[in-house]
Design a protein. Structure first.
Length: 510
């Protein structure tokens, strides 16, 4: 929605009006940058609209785009001239695309979905150059699991003694994705003063087709490619199959491995590598423009917290989308004012609109951020008074009728299953744990279109963890039973997921 009391930068103003980008200019950097923000919010909304379609990865990746791109966007929106806005917007787009091929591909795809083309605006992708650390030592890159890379890993690490440290399989929308971390012993000699930390291999899997894992059979691993994708053997009978997979050794001594020596011979010295591009100039933002920029930036950081699987269900993603939907066009509309006091007034109205949309769910959050950034403790005082009066007027006069809960556990759909083995990382011990995300149906008495909700179930020090692909198919009743030895079993789909713990399960009510 566009605020109609301020001029839109997508419309040409008449005589004496404010000038924005010409209408229909699909190659406009201003229009494309604003559209990318609005498309991001749409993606976030679609990925969080219902727990049965919850896509934690998409939400996290898209929100992360605006960690270091929000303030350049506001800098572009508040430039004093149309050419200045266009120039800053292009610099912001180039900075955004500089992170890598995946980010650039996302930009092209989302801009195209919004009716904009970035092909002529963005420079060609620069070839990947392996990095070196501050000591000049070559660092391990992210690499696809190919026959050559699998053979190289088997030469540098003893995969036969590898131990599963972490396994996560989850639904990302309608597909299965996952992450496997293996602790591995090095087969190559290291310096006497090298870190005693074991090396680990982090493997990211896309479009998983088969899962079979048993924590009692989690020693030894094989990596191989086959028709249709990648297969990772675990223990004697376990397996993970996926269409694609990539991996990265987390190994401080990797530069001493055979693969590290080969990379070192072809990687340019650190001082001759291209410098990381400087961030675009943001200009000087007014107080209200800075407050609006900080609100959006903090909101994206808050949304990005879904990357922590343990707390994803507590992030009010849908509330943030409701508050900031359409922010891209609205920001450039407010910033198009040439007179500073009018621009500041427009940003104040925009902030008030965001806060009103956020409603009671985000009222405390807005107040807290604005007290820190706008340095006006009563910035929303009038708005809060209006909302209180409106809430009192809309309050029901009679208590709502009570509903009777359906006895027994409801049907639930598995969205995520995570297992972590007990281990020590950088000298800090970590207990074994298990985490499950369930899509739960709405409470009895609600309407049919009420979205399902996400619920986390956590277990500490699981004695046994078993997972098969069938656990992610359809819905099931998730019973928790206690056997004669007081062990608690969390079971789905006749044992396709079976977690045994001697301690209570923690059901997160959020």
């Amino acid at each position: 929605m566009v605020n109609l009391d301020v001029p839109s930068p997508w419309r040409r103003a008449g005589k004496g009006g404010l000038r924005g980008a010409p209408p229909g200019r699909r190659g406009s950097s201003i229009a494309a940058l604003g559209a990318l923000l609005d498309r991001s919010l749409v993606q976030i909304a679609d990925a969080s609209s219902d727990a049965r379609r919850f896509d934690r990865e998409t939400i996290s990746v898209v929100a992360d785009v605006w960690d270091n791109n929000t303030f350049p966007l506001f800098g572009a929106a508040t430039a004093g001239t149309r050419s200045g806005r266009e120039r800053r917007a292009l610099a912001a787009l180039e900075w955004m695309a500089s992170l890598g091929e995946e980010r650039r591909a996302w930009m092209l795809e989302q801009a195209s979905a919004a009716g904009h083309s970035l092909d002529e605006l963005l420079a060609p992708v620069k070839p990947y150059v392996p990095g070196r650390d501050y000591l000049g030592r070559v660092m391990a890159p992210v690499m696809a699991v190919t026959p050559q890379n699998a053979e190289s890993l088997a030469a540098d690490y003893d995969l036969s003694s590898a131990e599963v440290r972490h396994l996560r399989v989850e639904r990302a929308g309608g597909r299965l994705v996952g992450y496997l971390e293996l602790a591995v012993a090095r087969c190559y000699p290291v310096d006497d003063g090298a870190s005693p930390e074991a090396a680990t291999l982090g493997i990211r899997l896309r479009d998983i087709t088969a899962v079979r894992f048993d924590s009692h059979d989690a020693r030894g691993a094989t990596l191989r490619t086959e028709a249709g994708g990648v297969s990772i053997g675990i223990g004697a009978r376990g397996t993970l199959r996926a269409v694609t997979a990539d991996l990265r050794p987390d190994d401080r001594c990797w530069y001493l491995s055979a693969a590290g020596h080969r990379a070192d011979a072809t990687t340019p010295p650190r001082d001759s590598q291209p410098a990381w591009p400087d961030s675009p100039r943001e200009g000087r933002l007014g107080a209200n423009a800075m407050a609006a920029a900080t609100l959006l930036h903090r909101a994206m950081l808050h949304i990005r917290m879904v990357r922590s699987a343990g707390g994803a269900q507590r992030v009010p993603v849908h509330d943030f989308h409701r508050a900031f939907a359409g922010a891209g066009e609205a920001i450039f509309t407010a910033g198009a004012h040439r007179l500073p006091y009018r621009r500041e007034a427009a940003f104040r109205r925009l902030i008030e609109r965001w806060a009103r949309r956020g409603g009671p769910a985000l009222a405390d959050w807005f107040t807290s951020v604005l007290q820190q950034t706008a340095q006006q403790p009563d910035f929303l005082a009038d708005l809060r008074d209006q909302d209180r009066a409106r809430s009192a007027a809309d309050a029901p006069q009679q208590p709502a009728p009570e509903t009777t809960a359906i006895p027994g556990p409801p049907e639930a759909e598995l969205r995520l299953a995570t297992y972590a083995a007990a281990h020590t990382r950088y000298g800090i011990p970590h207990d074994a744990s298990a985490l499950v995300h369930l899509a739960m149906p709405p409470a009895p008495g609600t309407t049919e279109d009420t979205p399902w909700r996400l619920r986390a179930v956590k277990g500490t020090n699981p004695a046994h963890f078993r997972l098969r692909t069938e656990a992610f198919q359809n819905t099931s009743r998730p019973p928790v039973t206690v056997d004669d030895n007081a062990a608690r079993h969390f079971v789905l789909h006749d044992g396709a997921l079976d977690i045994t713990s001697g301690e209570d399960w923690n059901h997160d009510p959020s």
